[in-house]
Design a binder for this molecule. Structure first.
Ligand SMILES: Nc1ncnc2c1ncn2[C@@H]1O[C@H](COP(=O)(O)OP(=O)(O)OP(=O)(O)O)[C@@H](O)[C@H]1O
Ligand SMILES: [Mg+2]
Length: 422
């Protein structure tokens, strides 16, 4: 069997690493991949936007049996629809189904229509109306760009003025282009965040183990939001809350999709805020998380290719999803200056040593290879995942390994895994 993974970050490295464990998989391909993924997959730099015809050609030439989509952008561009028309097997939601992530306006209206708990909101395309609305609010709200913005489209404003400024930048200065033609303005929620993932084939649903991401750049949740500085699993989730999330959020979402006659096949990622024991949906994402994947897949005892195939054939209910009891913590190593501007091309030291450590996995992201060296080549350079009998042990394993790694300007949070559960 031959499998293709679309994407080039730590999430995609983890997907390739997990797929590689299936004995029937002879070949893994990755577009565009990265220098680390090259150890286990054939990486190819083929344009993967808009018409996908070259990717489809690549698949036919290499007789690839199944494609897994990592990031959201190809989903937003309808890669699953195009492949479906060509009869090519692919894991991920259609363009229409992916609107739950690719349009925040659509997602909020969907939640309202199906009474899914979320922050009170209004949507706007006219600046003056948006500013008037903010002025009437008691508290500074959150302003969100409608379309995809690479994780930089949500403004949790400290004051009304800051919120108004965000609207001016989005609607007037068009800093997000078309993605900012419409915006969502919603009340700011208090509480703690968790990521909640489920697999679905449009008929049945299976939750993944719990996990928690850390978006802010610095310890204790300080600094700007990033694509994610680390994650851990399990994120202790009390059974009563798990049941509430399934009953009030997951099931109504899947029933709503059914009523909209949308068949959703893939992973559905709920970004939740837990406030006094109640779950509220901040957002939907239609793909695996990064870096949550780097802690959930290492804990998966079942075969991931069997799962993807079962979803393709709408046989998910036949899958026995097994998890390992060991805990996992992933710490992301980033370039100095990320998420703003940063330098690339720094030599990375200590990787060979780390590769020999048991219970520690290196999932590469922004790296390139020059001669024998790995050099930094992005904001998030790699994720170091440690496994252990409990969270504390898994975090210790990750941080002990990181002591051996060095590149100029290297930044990472020291507190991944040090937060309480729900
Ligand atoms: N209503 C809200 N109240 C408080 N904080 C919020 C609210 N909405 C969003 N946030 C904060 O902003 C972050 C990003 O918001 P959101 O997840 O909706 O945007 P995104 O750009 O799609 O992010 P991602 O990259 O995770 O997909 C959230 O993780 C949360 O910390
Ligand atoms: Mg999102």
């Amino acid at each position: 069997m031959k499998v293709l993974v679309i994407g080039g970050g730590g999430r995609e490295h983890t997907l390739c690493w997990k797929i590689f464990q299936n004995p029937e998989v002879q070949d893994i391909f990755c577009i565009p991949g990265n220098a680390g993924i090259q150890n286990i997959a054939h990486c190819a730099k083929i344009p993967c936007e808009k018409d996908f015809s070259q990717v489809a050609q690549f698949i036919k030439e290499n007789k690839i049996d199944l494609t897994i989509v990592g990031p959201e952008a190809p989903l937003a561009d309808g890669i699953v629809d195009v492949f479906g028309e060509e009869g090519l097997k692919i894991f991920g939601p259609t363009k229409e189904a992916a609107r739950l992530e690719t349009s925040k306006v659509y997602a909020k209206n969907f939640m309202k229509k199906y009474a899914i708990p979320t922050a009170r909101f209004e949507t706007f395309s006219a600046l003056d109306k948006a500013l008037t609305y903010i002025d009437k609010q008691d508290e500074p709200p959150v302003v969100k760009v409608d379309g995809l913005a690479g994780g930089k489209g949500a403004f949790v404003a400290k004051s009304k003025e800051v919120a108004m400024d965000a609207c001016r930048k989005i609607i007037q200065d068009k800093i997000f282009g078309l993605a900012g033609e419409r915006i969502v303005i919603e009340e700011k929620l208090k509480g703690g965040e968790i990521s909640f993932f489920v697999l679905t084939d449009g008929k049945s649903v299976k939750p993944l183990v719990s996990s928690k991401d850390h978006k802010p750049l610095y310890d204790k949740g300080r600094g700007p939001n990033t694509g994610g500085m680390g994650a851990f699993s399990p994120a202790p989730l009390k059974p009563y809350l798990f049941r509430k999330i399934m009953k009030r959020v997951v099931i109504p979402t899947l029933q709503g999709l059914k009523k909209e006659k949308i068949v959703y096949k893939g992973v559905l990622y709920f970004g939740l805020m837990i406030y006094s024991g109640e779950p509220f949906v901040l957002e939907y994402n239609c793909r695996f998380g990064d870096p949550e994947t780097q802690v959930t897949l290492p804990r998966l005892g079942s075969d991931v290719v069997d799962i993807f195939q079962a979803i393709d054939q709408e046989m998910l209910e036949t899958i026995d999803l097994r998890w390992r009891s060991r805990a996992a913590t992933c710490v992301v190593l980033a370039s100095g200056g990320y998420p703003d501007s940063y330098e690339k091309g720094k030599i990375i030291k200590g990787l060979d040593e780390v590769s020999k450590i048991k219970n520690v996995f290196t999932f590469y992201a922004g790296v390139k290879r020059e001669n024998k060296n790995f050099l930094t080549d992005g904001g998030r350079v790699m994720g170091i995942t440690g496994m252990g009998k409990n969270l504390k042990e898994s975090a210790k394993a990750a941080y002990r390994a990181i002591q051996k790694i060095y590149f100029e300007g290297m930044h990472y949070r020291k507190d991944i895994g040090c937060t309480r559960g729900y």
